[in-house]
Design a protein around this ligand. Sequence first.
Ligand SMILES: [Fe+2]
Ligand SMILES: [Fe+2]
Length: 461
Amino acid sequence: MDRRQMESAVAGIVRLLGTSLKNLGLYPASHPLVRTPVEKCCAEFLPLFADRTELALTVSDGTLVLEGVPIFHLTSSLELFLARLGGIGVPAVIFERGVATEDIERFVRFLHETKEQGLSVSAIKDRLAEAGVRHIRVTSTEEDTDDFSIAREIYGNAIDVVVQALKDVRGGKTPDGAVCDRTVREMNGMISRNRDAMLALTLIKNFDEYTFNHSVNVSILSLAVADSLGLSEQSRVNVGVAGLLHDVGKTQLALDLIRKPGTLTVNEFEEIKKHPEEGYAILGKMTNIQDETRNMVREHHMRFDRAGYPRPEPELRVNPHSQIIAVADCYDALTTMRSYQKARTPQGALEIMRKLAGKSIDPDLVQLLERSLGVYPVGTMLRLNTMEVGIVTGAPEGGNGHPKMAILYDRAGNPLPSPETVNLSEADPATGKPRRRILGTVNPLFHPYISLESVFAPAPV
Ligand SMILES: [Fe+2]
Ligand SMILES: [Fe+2]
């Protein structure tokens, strides 16, 4: 399909959406004049998704922009549709392959029923999720948002999803699997697009909300490993959802027990050991959860040498991807400060994991995690030969060479007014040798706190 054909197909779709929206003001939702355009619209989407997985429509100055190019030959019948999008504050709509009649129907109903003007993107996202709209996403326009801000928004949404899921379970309700699936797809997309931005957020270790951050971090780290393994999109999503929900069974345990500092008694540990089975049972009740995902949740503590819990029956074929969750879980736990443990640096954590490899965790996956995080994982503090101290902001281009980094402290240990991005390959004109070399890692606790935002999304000067 060439550009012109695509434009006219999209114009046709938007016209159908407009017709349905207009008729929804006059007739009930079940009326053929509301429903038929939606059904036609769904059919017209099919050829568009033959060679693409999503289609982005942006509204800019009252003009509809398709994949970055404005469409001018729109008729007045579309004005209502554009006006509603603009009025509510939707900057861009992304239709994904797989969009179904009911998604479009719910989306049109959302446009019709939403009376507020200028809602925030996250409020619109919440409304669409509540309305059960899948395969239609609303996002900020890319021009004014950098990858780190997008990643942070995605991370925040994932936290909300975990909070809701755990609240549901505690309240005796079954969490919504479709919402988990969607948030994992967002994280997975961001990892393909800018892995560093997404991985940087796993450094968020909120002590009070350990379970929430831990769940999202394990999901992101698992997705990064799954991506390095070259798994198919669906397998990656299955791994990511398992990461997100791996500890959901802990909701069945007493809060005091989960938060207990120090060593557990034998009986308490027996209780904790039930959480993979509990999680397996919870996932069994949820919709949109693949069997593979359920199994990974059940198997995440079985250990590589099968000596963990629940103890695998001799004939059980443990899903090899369950070890991805185990490796991500281990890394995130080691790099987090707990009441009974100091946080390890990324390198310190990997060092411990190398010792556990072959016993509790899969040695190949530990290697793969190391490779996905780089020799100096994002967030590692480094001292340079100039005695400056900086933080790693990205893996080396193509996996080889110097990491990307930003200097935070000058040679006297004073914080810089704002982080300074440096290129480690830059040569000193006097000697022709690199100006800066890495001396080694630095314990971040020896330096005053620096917010992630200031490093990854510095304020415009
Ligand atoms: Fe666990
Ligand atoms: Fe865990």
